[in-house]
Design a protein. Structure first.
Length: 203
C-alpha cells in the first residue's frame, strides 16, 4: 500500500546540487553522498542534515565504499544518493546511484514504511541509472562487489581514482559444486557476495 508521503523541497534542491556540476565551482565542495530520511512524524521525506559527504571528505580515503557504509545507521532505514566517479577501459564516468538502506536490525514497520515511500522520492530523481538495495550488512561487506555490480567484471578499472579490485570465483573441483550446482567462491578475503538489488534503474 502506498504511504502517500510528501517529499520536502530541500530534497529536490539537494538532488539538483549533486546532479549539476557548475563550471568554475569549487570541486572540493561538490556533494558526493547525501542521506535522506522520513521525518519523525512520518509525513515527509527530508534531508538528513548531518549525513553528507563532499569531495574534500574523501581526499586520501583508501576505501570510499567503506566510508559510505559507515555513514549508514545500523538500526534504521535511509535513502541516499551517491555521485559515483569511476573509469572504464574507454573513458571516465560519473553516475548517480540511488541507495535504499534497510538493514536487518531495523524494525519491520520502518522497512515497510521506507519501501512503500520509495516511489515518491525516486519520482523526484530523474535520470538515475543505478539502484542499490541493502537488506543486511553482508550486502555491504566488500567494495569489490560494489565495483562488479556497477560495471560488470573487467569493465570498471578505477573507482574514485583508485584501482578497482574484483572478486574472483573458483571451482572447488573440476566442475560445479555438486551440492549447490554452482561455483564456490574463494575464502572470505576475496569472497563474492550478492547484493539484494543492483542494476539499471527501473520504474
Amino acid at each position: 500500500m502506498a504511504s502517500g508521503i510528501a517529499v520536502h523541497d530541500d530534497v529536490v534542491l539537494t538532488f539538483d546540487k549533486i546532479r549539476v556540476r557548475l563550471q568554475g565551482a569549487d570541486k572540493q565542495e561538490q556533494l558526493k553522498l547525501v542521506l535522506f530520511k522520513i521525518s519523525d512524524d512520518g509525513k515527509c521525506i527530508v534531508v538528513d542534515e548531518d549525513k553528507c559527504l563532499k569531495v574534500k571528505d574523501l581526499n586520501g580515503e583508501e576505501d570510499v565504499f567503506r566510508k559510505i557504509v559507515n555513514m549508514m545507521p545500523t538500526e534504521d532505514c535511509r535513502y541516499a544518493l551517491y555521485d559515483c566517479s569511476w573509469e572504464s577501459k574507454d573513458s571516465p564516468k560519473e553516475d548517480l546511484v540511488f541507495i535504499m538502506w534497510a538493514p536487518e536490525h531495523s524494525t519491520i514497520k520502518k522497512k515497510m514504511k521506507y519501501a512503500s515511500s520509495k516511489q515518491y522520492i525516486k519520482a523526484k530523481f530523474q535520470g538515475l541509472k543505478f539502484e542499490w538495495q541493502v537488506n543486511d550488512m553482508s550486502d555491504a561487506k566488500d567494495s569489490s562487489v560494489f565495483i562488479d555490480k556497477l560495471g560488470g567484471r573487467g569493465v570498471v578499472k578505477k573507482l574514485e581514482g583508485k584501482e578497482a579490485l574484483h572478486t574472483q570465483l573458483v571451482h572447488r573441483g573440476p566442475g560445479p559444486d555438486p551440492e549447490r550446482g554452482q561455483y564456490r567462491p574463494q575464502p572470505p578475503s576475496c569472497q563474492s557476495i550478492s547484493y539484494s538489488s543492483w542494476g539499471p534503474h527501473a520504474t
